[in-house]
Design a protein around this ligand. Structure first.
Ligand code: ADP
Length: 160
């Protein structure tokens, strides 16, 4: 079985994240979205909220082979635990490349059997990030289309 893990902060899930997840799920047998519990960053949304947003979006789209959970520590250890052969990441502009390149080299060194695969962001999502969603929504701007419709009202409520 071809299993992939899609790690990230997802603070909150955006339409760009969802696009990557949709495409990975079409390619793989099972995709496990892993929300990182990062002790060095203070997220806006709690781990429970972030996982709930992802689960709701997966259900709303009827994606049968994707699920969401949390993890901490080494990403490759999490990937090994779920039996994943692939790590899924998205690439937006050039700014993502250098970071992703260094992380994937390290992950390859730690776990040579696990490959990282990348999906290029759709043009309309190239400049979309969770931090932009938090900023725009926090100032009362429209986040229509920037996050999955099913999550929108809860995100707006929390940001305002
Ligand atoms: P991290 O904190 O690990 O960067 P993010 O939640 O910001 O986590 O992103 C998770 C993954 O999704 C990363 O690979 C990131 O490049 C990708 N990603 C984020 N936003 C988009 C987008 N708009 N389009 C495509 N991929 C994206």
């Amino acid at each position: 079985m071809n299993i992939g893990v899609y790690p990230g902060s997802f603070d909150p899930l955006t339409s760009g994240h969802m696009d990557v997840l949709r495409r990975a799920a079409a390619l793989m047998d099972r995709v496990v979205v892993g929300v990182l519990i990062n002790t060095s960053k203070t997220p806006f949304f709690s781990i429970e909220e972030r996982i709930a947003f992802i689960k709701e979006a997966i259900d709303a789209e009827g994606i049968k082979n994707a699920e969401a959970t949390h993890f901490d520590g080494l990403l490759v250890a999490f990937a090994q635990k779920v039996g994943a052969r692939h790590i899924v990441r998205g690439l937006r502009a050039v700014m993502d490349f250098e970071y992703e390149f260094s992380i994937s080299s390290m992950n390859k060194r730690l776990a040579p059997g696990i490959d990282t695969v990348y999906f290029m962001a759709e043009p309309e999502h190239s400049y979309l990030s969770a931090s932009i969603v938090r900023e725009v929504g926090g100032f009362g701007g429209s986040i229509d289309g920037l996050v999955p419709d099913v999550n929108k009202s809860k995100i707006i409520e929390r940001l305002s």
